[in-house]
Design a protein around this ligand. Structure first.
Ligand code: MF3
Ligand code: CO
Ligand code: CO
Length: 270
């Protein structure tokens, strides 16, 4: 195996080689395919624990490894964050009811490469506010990805997301961010989902990172529950999140975690 791990920028951000994009795509595609497959298992009456078990089974069937099982003591192959849960919801006995919206976040390791993606699902039918929140959050992520190209800065990504969310009278969570990844789960930089245009490190070809905005209908503040994982909105308002793993190419972002079935956006029909 090559020991060439590329170079680090002055901001400590790893620059990967063109051949490394293939490894990331393979990992990202498996994570995205698992999120496609799990869609049929989201319905009123289902528990988040059963959904997680199916994700564990799918990771194992693919001969891959879950990045989250054993990560800082976390014991599940997914995070499932329902309604006012912002992120890191722990799957378990919770029963989904009609109209619940939920984020399912899966990270797999394939041949040493990490693929990290999450998207929103609905149990039954969402109300109009929930639908709008999911649409705006999805579109905010895509606006962030559009800004992810050489010559722009990380601040341009955050600015694009924040401007879009706030122009729709929603708020951007500050307490969690995207992250560099590659042969590791979490690396520099912290990818903020808010910020000033032109601020932060320059984007360069060969950078791999996630963008994963969490957007709230109410205020941006969060708190972590006594289980030390589950983050919720302090005002109990609904929260949504979408996440892609991307690589910076010569002209813009290469999205490693595109849905093979075109099911990333929650308006797909199972
Ligand atoms: N996949 C999450 C992220 O986007 C991290 C989950 S860590 C866990 O960074 F331990 F909570 F699973
Ligand atoms: Co992530
Ligand atoms: Co994730």
């Amino acid at each position: 195996m090559s020991t060439n791990q590329g170079r680090l920028t002055k901001d400590g951000i790893r620059i990967y080689e063109p051949a490394d994009f293939d490894g990331m795509r393979k990992a990202g595609q498996l994570a995205a395919q698992i999120l496609d497959e799990i869609a049929v298992d989201v319905f009123p009456g289902q528990t988040t624990g059963v959904i997680d078990q199916k994700i564990t089974d799918a990771v194992n069937a693919a001969g891959a490894t879950s990045a989250t099982i054993g990560y800082k003591g976390y014991q599940h192959a997914s995070c499932i964050s329902v309604n006012h849960v912002v992120c890191h919801g722990i799957p378990g006995d919770k029963v989904l009811k009609d109209g619940d919206i939920l984020n399912i976040d899966v990270t797999v390791i394939v041949d040493g490469w990490f693929g990290d993606t999450s998207r929103m699902y609905v149990a039954g039918k969402p109300n109009r506010k929930a639908e709008r929140l999911m649409q705006v959050t999805h579109d905010a992520l895509m606006k962030g990805i559009e800004a992810a190209k050489p010559g722009n800065t990380f601040g341009d990504i955050g600015h694009a997301i924040q401007t879009y969310a706030e122009s729709n009278r929603m708020s951007v969570v500050r307490d969690f961010c995207g992250h560099g990844l590659g042969r590791v789960f979490h690396a520099a930089p912290n990818v903020l989902h808010y910020g000033r245009a032109g601020s932060g490190a320059m984007l360069e070809e060969g950078m791999f990172f996630t963008i994963e905005p969490m957007i709230n209908l109410g205020r941006p503040e969060t708190k972590v529950l006594a289980d030390d994982w589950t983050a919720v909105t302090r005002d109990k308002s609904l929260s949504a999140q979408f996440e892609h793993s991307i690589g910076i190419g010569p002209d813009g972002a290469d999205i490693f975690t595109l849905s093979p079935g075109g099911m990333f956006h929650p308006t797909y029909q199972v």
